[in-house]
Design a protein around this ligand. Structure first.
Ligand SMILES: Cc1ncc(C[n+]2csc(CCOP(=O)(O)OP(=O)(O)O)c2C)c(N)n1
Ligand SMILES: [Mg+2]
Length: 1003
């Protein structure tokens, strides 16, 4: 046993505190005390309990305590407030203290002491149910916590002060009705509030009202009371939680399920948070959680039909839906039901997640924000989120920090998340002391001033109490809060895993540990709250439910992943989940609409608003473009957004500096130059009854923010949600969201998502960073087969291709095509993620303009922009057909003009790289029978599009001709850091592209 426990034991003797054993509800421990165990004898010996019980102020409560404990009350509830002290007697005692200076000093000392407990009491709370570990990784007792009488000296006090009465400061509630207490009683009450089974960490919060609120919740004497009804409900919930795991273990002993054994209290804990939140008006809870206990949460919190869970264990069942599916402990769920405790409707959604721990955190936040947004819940009173974490992952994964930093930002806040940590004090095989540098796994939450409630999970009532307080905190302050369930993991990491290899002593202790259900049932039986037959009846009732569901699960013939959908889109699909059509209307707009949007985009639509002179010039240039019936990149985006808003589509554009635009081209938020923080978003002044436009500069995060926007886009198909990277290459810090959610999301979870990624890309001599959005990676993850030519005669070939793909990858060379692809994203009858490599220099390139004519009704997004110059007029004479995508097109046309090769070389742009436009490209190739084919790109050969395009082009032409390469050599870095080398490389690739003999030697 650690020094700490020894120290605490001594303290408990001096202050007559109950000695807490690891097995906190083991009534034998308590009886032993009463029966005159050596410890108790020592108590008598040191201070003489009898003698100082008699006639001393404030110690009656200890008699009550021991009496109640003896009668079977659990430690947390045995304590009751002492009888009120008469004011006269207190005053008399106070007056009897002669030395005023000493009096003042002592009062100040007592104030410090109270504050010390409030700040550091949690370090000595009895948090580990096993009694062998320190939840804060430190066995020492802080110097200012009174673990023995000699520590009173720290405050200039001594044993003789223990019975002096001190006025209590307004920053404590330990007095209850009393405003003064003897020091001994003050310490005892502080011990009761801060050093038992609950460790409250909150004094870092820099808001007095919030601190007072928490102090009141934990310090007020007798505050933790439960009715018998509540105790019975708690027991019944523990029965379900425990017996569910036991049932799975019995039926499928060799299957991984990441059981909850050792933290069964999680189920009643979550239910308490939900009950309390429902009572406070919440009707939609969105949850995210890792593997541990997930099936149990689905069964007993979300209330997924048990047979649906059980049939996931049947390896012979085939999946009925499209997609490749996912393992059972990753699937999501959506369920609407009546909350039995509050009798109110409640919708619960558990978001599907990958193995990647904590990756779902921002996704849950984003979905919650969206659900709040769509139901007008501006303060988070109706919709809330609960996030569950493992201790190792919570401390180790950076995304946790990124997500916390979204929690209070106006465009990202969900007005408070309740975080619950299943702190089993181990991560797979790694001990906490090797897994984190912070005392607690929860310290990351301190950055946002979230209170943290650590609680010993073997004290179910203490757990319920902190969960109630957490839910109340959220509904009072609308800020994040953390419940740290300090527990243990009864089995290995999964049920097949041997934990004794690495944690032998811990697991020896665990083998001895009585399950919490058994302990709590014994306690309630001892208290007379339930009797043994009632308890047994509760168990057999639930076992029967499981058995019956198991029998029904045998009737299931196929698995429906659709049953595990976390975000249904009612009305968007047909009843059997199909798109309502397989076509896409024209994405063009009438001249009037284009002109109107253009005019608003080039004006300041509010009175007395002074914009910057430079911006006036930009808007003036926009106005001229509109007069000339032309758009540049920024205006094209405006046209797409503005028109969709008119059609009732909400638009949300988020990312770093998106309001102005990294390249200062967008200017969607105007700033009054004379009035601080006065802004205007012209896009919201376009139409009466338009949908709202949200444009928000994000925190400097990619992983967190992209995850958030993905979650936002999950909530509704009738919104265009875009995330823009500052530069395309920065998306790789969000790679997990791309790899785990965006790319395979539909295949794993039958959940569509229409998120748009805007990734600035292009080799502009800016060095290895800021150049490449890594198109090769996105293209490599496309699910189309490079070697199989699809059926080009298929009706609506282009739309079917889109329907079958996992995401759409485009690189538009004109603003008009950018406009069309954004609108198509919403006009399609289904949703797919859209990856757009967006330009930098083209934002201002004089040739990168589109006439209104190409945006009028009847026009469409062009997947391929064929050659339209002289070469197209006399195709037979064309010697080379160059394919390219994006900005290099402008370099190629300039070079071709300079070389006078307009008749010999045709240049065709592939605007939609994936799904690959086999049909249109076949036509292009057939049009130029005498041309050799070459792919030209500015990216290095092992990067960019070449590896994706080449085999597909070869398949298109049945491998009849080679496809040559004109571009940079392979390289490790995306671009050179040397401007001159950049230009030399560019010239070299242009030389190759237009040297008609370049590939002769290879033929
Ligand atoms: C990002 C990530 N890295 C590694 C893993 C592999 N892994 C799965 S569970 C686990 C331990 C998690 O420990 P903890 O968060 O404490 O949860 P517990 O399993 O103890 O409930 C690890 C390392 C993972 N799933 N995700
Ligand atoms: Mg753990």
């Amino acid at each position: 046993m650690s020094f700490y426990l020894k120290g605490r034991q001594k303290l408990r003797q001096i202050f007559c505190l109950p000695v807490r054993f690891p097995d906190v509800h083991n009534s034998q421990s308590w009886t032993r005390l009463e029966a005159g165990s050596p410890e108790l004898h020592l108590v008598s010996h040191v201070d003489g309990r009898d003698s100082y019980t008699r006639g001393r102020i404030g110690v009656e409560s200890w008699d009550i305590f021991f009496r109640n404990t003896n009668a079977g009350a659990p430690p947390g509830t045995a304590y009751q407030s002492p009888l009120p002290l008469s004011r006269a007697s207190l005053a008399a005692v106070a007056q009897a203290q002669p030395n005023v200076d000493k009096l003042v000093e002592d009062h100040l000392a007592v104030q410090s002491l109270i504050r010390a407990y409030q700040i550091r009491g949690h370090h000595v709370a009895q948090l580990d149910p096993l009694g062998i570990l320190d939840a804060d990784l430190d066995s020492s007792v802080p110097a200012d916590i009174i673990s023995s009488t000699d520590k009173l000296g720290f405050y200039g006090l001594d044993e003789s002060d223990l019975d002096k009465v001190f006025h209590l400061p307004t920053t404590t509630f330990i007095g209850g009705q009393e405003s003064a207490l003897p020091l001994r009683e003050i310490i005892r009450r502080l011990e009761m509030a801060y050093c038992q089974h609950i460790g409250v960490e909150f004094m870092f919060i820099n808001d007095l009202e919030q601190c007072q609120w928490i102090r009141q919740k934990f310090e007020t004497p007798g505050v933790m009371q439960f009715t018998n009804e509540e105790k019975r409900t708690l027991l019944a919930r523990l029965v379900r939680s425990t017996r569910f795991e036991e049932f799975l273990q019995r039926k499928w002993s060799s299957e991984k399920r990441f059981g909850l054994e050792g933290c069964e209290v999680l189920i009643p804990a979550l239910k308490t948070i939900i009950d309390k939140s429902s009572e406070n008006g919440v009707d939609y809870v969105i949850m995210g959680m890792p593997h541990r206990g997930r099936l149990n949460v689905l069964a007993n919190v979300i209330r997924k039909e048990l047979e649906q869970i059980f049939c996931q264990f049947d390896s012979k069942l085939e999946a009925a839906d499209e997609g490749s599916g996912d393992v059972k402990y990753h699937l999501g769920m959506y369920h609407r039901r009546i909350n039995r405790v509050t009798d109110r409707n409640i919708t619960l959604s558990l978001v599907a997640n990958p193995s990647h721990l904590e990756a779902a955190d921002p996704v849950v936040m984003g979905k919650t924000k969206a659900e709040q947004f769509y139901c007008g819940d501006t303060e988070g009173k109706k919709v809330m989120s609960i996030l569950l974490h493992g201790d190792a992952a919570f401390a180790g994964q950076g995304i946790v920090y990124e997500t916390f930093h979204l929690s209070d930002l106006p465009s990202y806040t969900t007005h408070g998340t309740v975080h619950v940590v299943v702190n089993n004090q181990i991560g797979f095989t790694t001990d906490p002391r090797m897994a984190r540098s912070s005392p607690y796994p929860t310290d990351v939450a301190r950055v946002v001033n979230a209170p943290i409630f650590h609680v010993n999970s073997d004290d179910p009532e203490a757990v319920m109490y902190v969960c109630k307080v957490a839910a109340e905190w959220r509904s009072t302050f609308h800020k994040d809060v953390v419940v740290d369930l300090v527990c243990y993991r009864r089995n290995g990491h999964n049920e097949m895993d041997e934990p004794m290899f690495t944690q032998p002593l811990m697991y020896k202790q665990i083998r001895k540990q009585k399950p919490v259900l058994q302990k709590y049932a014994e306690l309630l039986v001892a208290q007379g709250v339930v009797n043994q037959p009632e308890y047994e009846e509760e168990i057999s009732k639930y076992d029967k439910i499981c058995e019956e569901a198991f029998a029904r699960s045998k009737d299931e013939k196929i698995l429906h992943i659709k049953h595990w959908l976390d975000s249904p889109w009612p009305g968007f699909f047909t009843l059997d989940g199909q798109p309502r059509s397989m076509s896409c209307p024209s994405t063009g707009l009438t001249e009037d609409v284009l002109t109107h949007i253009g005019n608003v985009a080039s004006s300041v639509p509010v009175e007395n608003f002074t914009i910057h002179g430079g911006l006036s010039r930009i808007l003036k240039t926009r106005g001229e473009l509109v007069k000339n019936r032309t758009v540049d990149w920024a205006l094209a985006e405006y046209m797409a957004f503005g028109s969709l808003l008119k059609e009732g589509i909400h638009i949300r554009l988020s990312g770093q500096d998106v309001e102005r635009g990294t390249f200062s081209h967008r200017h969607h938020v105007l700033h009054d130059q004379n009035v601080d923080k006065r802004t205007c978003i012209p896009m919201n002044h376009l139409w009466p009854n338009q949908a709202p436009y949200t444009v928000c500069n994000s925190s400097l995060s990619e992983y967190g923010v992209l995850g958030f926007e993905l979650g936002f886009a999950m909530a509704s198909p009738n919104a265009l949600v875009l995330w823009e990277a500052q530069f395309g290459d920065f998306h790789n810090t969000a790679q997990c969201i791309i790899d785990q959610f965006i790319c395979p999301g539909q295949a794993k979870w039958v959940r569509q998502n229409g998120i748009v990624l805007l990734l600035p890309h292009g080799m502009e001599g800016m060095g290895p960073e800021h150049s490449s959005a890594r198109p090769e990676r996105f293209l490599q993850m496309c699910n189309d087969d490079p070697d199989v030519l699809p059926d080009l005669q298929q009706a609506n070939f282009d739309i079917s291709q889109l329907y079958d793909c996992n995401w759409v990858v485009v690189n538009c060379s004109t603003p008009g095509n950018f406009f069309h692809v954004l609108r198509r994203q919403i006009l399609l009858p289904f949703r797919k993620p859209l990856i757009i490599f967006t330009p930098k220099s083209l934002l201002r390139h004089p040739e990168a303009r589109t006439s209104f004519d190409e945006m009028l009704p009847g026009t469409h997004f062009q997947r391929v922009i064929p050659e339209s110059g002289p070469a197209a007029q006399a195709p037979a004479g064309v010697k080379r057909l160059l394919f390219c995508t994006g900005k290099v097109y402008y370099d190629l046309t300039r070079e071709r003009a300079a070389r006078g090769m307009a008749e010999q070389v045709a240049i065709t742009r592939i605007e939609q790289l994936s799904p690959f436009p086999f049909d249109l490209l076949l036509k292009e190739v057939q049009k130029y029978p005498n041309a050799e084919l070459a792919w030209c790109q500015e990216e290095h050969k092992n990067q960019g599009y070449y590896d994706y395009v080449k085999p597909r082009l070869r398949t298109t032409i049945d491998r009849a001709k080679p496809v040559w390469y004109a571009g940079r050599d392979p390289a490790a870095a995306p671009a050179t850091g040397n401007k001159k080398t950049h230009l030399t490389e560019l010239q070299r690739l242009l030389d190759t592209a237009f040297d008609l003999d370049a590939f002769k030697n290879f033929s």
